[in-house]
Design a protein around this ligand. Structure first.
Ligand SMILES: Nc1ncnc2c1ncn2[C@@H]1O[C@H](COP(=O)(O)OP(=O)(O)OP(=O)(O)O)[C@@H](O)[C@H]1O
Length: 251
């Protein structure tokens, strides 16, 4: 469970988050949406204790895993080495990973369709492949709360599906509490129980997905007209194109 009350956070001497309140129940999924630079990463870093709030309260109940937006490592670790780092609290400070640790990582690699990357050097993987390995690392920690910064940003449609479905499944079957940021409202439509909309000059708006996620709020959030459509019988959002495609005009 996560409880945030009256949260105020500054970066570089400037207030970035002001008056943020929300609750995510155990097993809930919160999607955080907002324009570039509005403070989504700042909020996540505050949840995991990296940034200190100027005011307010922020309680995260349970072992927490974090998946950053971008990740590079200094040494030639393999994808397996990187994912095994998620097992640190199970392995202990001077211990070596055991059979079970490998088995846990391999289970998530298989679920995410990246079993073939196990022996590859992490830094030679594509951005999307690295993102999948980092998510496997966090899941391998067997955390109770998982916080992910744009987990699908570098992923193709199929891999977005895999990650979004996996988060949904883990929250349903293992009561995993999830917070993720995204620039794709569709990810919120698909799995979020709760949504937090972060505005540049107004307090964030949070609540149950059905109450908060709608075309009017999304249009105000991004400053472009966003419409609701139904896509194969499901709620979907899309922004209106600014210009017609060149091929649409009469020649
Ligand atoms: N190290 C820093 N020092 C000063 N200001 C910072 C620092 N890091 C971020 N900021 C500022 O804090 C604000 C919030 O940044 P943050 O990274 O939280 O935004 P975001 O919503 O995650 O953006 P994006 O969608 O582009 O990832 C921005 O205005 C940014 O310029």
């Amino acid at each position: 469970m996560i409880e945030v009350e009256g949260l105020v956070v500054s970066r570089g001497g400037r207030r970035v988050i002001e008056g943020c309140d929300f609750v995510v129940p155990k097993g809930g999924i919160l999607a955080v949406l907002g324009a570039n630079g509005v403070g989504k990463t700042t909020l996540l870093m505050t949840l995991i204790g990296v940034h200190r709030p100027d005011a307010g309260r922020c309680t995260v109940g349970g072992r927490t895993g974090y998946v950053p937006q971008l990740y590079d490592v200094a040494f030639s670790y393999t994808a397996m080495d990187i994912a095994l780092m998620g097992r640190a609290r199970h392995v202990g400070l001077f211990g070596a990973p055991r059979q079970r640790d490998y088995a846990v990582v391999r289970r998530f690699f298989a679920l995410m369709g990246i079993a073939d990357l196990e022996e590859r050097t992490f830094n030679t993987l594509s951005g999307g492949q690295r993102q999948l390995v980092m998510i496997a690392q966090a899941l391998a920690s067997e955390c109770e709360v998982l916080i992910l910064d744009e987990p699908c940003a570098a992923l193709d449609y199929k891999n977005q599906r895999i990650v979004i479905d996996l988060l949904d499944r883990l929250s349903r079957e293992h009561d995993l509490t999830v917070v993720f940021t995204t620039h794709a409202p569709q990810h919120a439509v698909e799995i979020a129980s709760d949504v937090l909309l972060m505005y540049p000059s107004a307090p964030p708006l949070g609540g149950a997905r059905a109450d908060v996620l709608n075309a009017a709020n999304l249009s105000a959030l991004y400053g472009v007209p966003i419409g609701r459509a139904d896509f194969v019988g499901r709620e979907a959002y899309t922004y209106a194109p600014l210009y017609g495609h060149a091929g649409d005009t009469a020649r």
